[in-house]
Design a protein around this ligand. Structure first.
Ligand SMILES: [Zn+2]
Length: 198
């Protein structure tokens, strides 16, 4: 399965338990202006919601793309000088070592934060918006916050969300907030969506 030949002209953020968050996204094979325009729209949605990363499934598009700006964490809202915007297409993780724990949140799970275990050191290999493949080595414990962001976003491309990594005890603490999101979704759509098994 490959990513759509055309992308929607208007995109907006979807929240748990929207079923699009649970689908495995399709490989991108065409690197054209339509793709680059879509990436621009993803940055707009990410900025609007003050995120450090956004994956295409979070705007209900099934394509293996995410965008990041890990430097946003350090800046005031009006200060655009601190920025490091990157586009990641068809990414994969290789050569993993060690484990690191970090408190994560997700634009699709507003108000929910929890400590998640991730790889500490690894390489990420991804194509840019022109199809050029690049490899980057990251080390979370050495200060690469980007290493957390890319692992979180890559999960989205496989239909995995950060609360899937939580222990039953951690999930219990999130249950009320998850319940509110489920209620909102049901009210807006009339369907239950894809709720977590718990
Ligand atoms: Zn997320």
């Amino acid at each position: 399965m490959t990513a759509p030949a055309s992308y929607p002209s208007h995109v907006s953020l979807i929240e748990y338990p929207h079923p699009a968050l649970r689908r495995r996204a399709a490989e991108v094979t065409v690197f054209d202006d339509a793709l680059r325009t879509f990436c621009g729209r993803m940055f707009e949605v990410m900025d609007l919601n003050k995120g450090v990363g956004l994956a295409a499934p979070q705007v209900a598009v099934s394509a293996r793309i995410f965008v990041t700006d890990h430097e946003r964490r350090k800046r005031d809202d009006d200060d655009h000088s601190v920025s490091d915007r990157r586009i990641w297409i068809n990414p994969r993780i290789e050569r993993t070592t060690g484990i690191s724990a970090f408190e994560e949140g997700c634009l699709s799970f507003p108000g929910i934060y929890a400590k998640v275990h991730r790889h500490n050191q690894f390489d990420i290999v991804a194509q840019d918006e022109y199809g050029t493949e690049r490899r980057l080595s990251l080390d979370v414990d050495a200060g690469d916050f980007l290493g957390i962001v890319v692992q979180h976003e890559l999960d989205h491309l496989d239909g995995i969300v950060f609360v899937d990594h939580l222990t039953p005890t951690q999930l219990t603490l999130c249950r009320r907030k998850l319940g509110e999101l489920e209620k909102n979704f049901k009210k807006a759509t009339g369907s239950a969506g894809s709720i977590l098994r718990r």
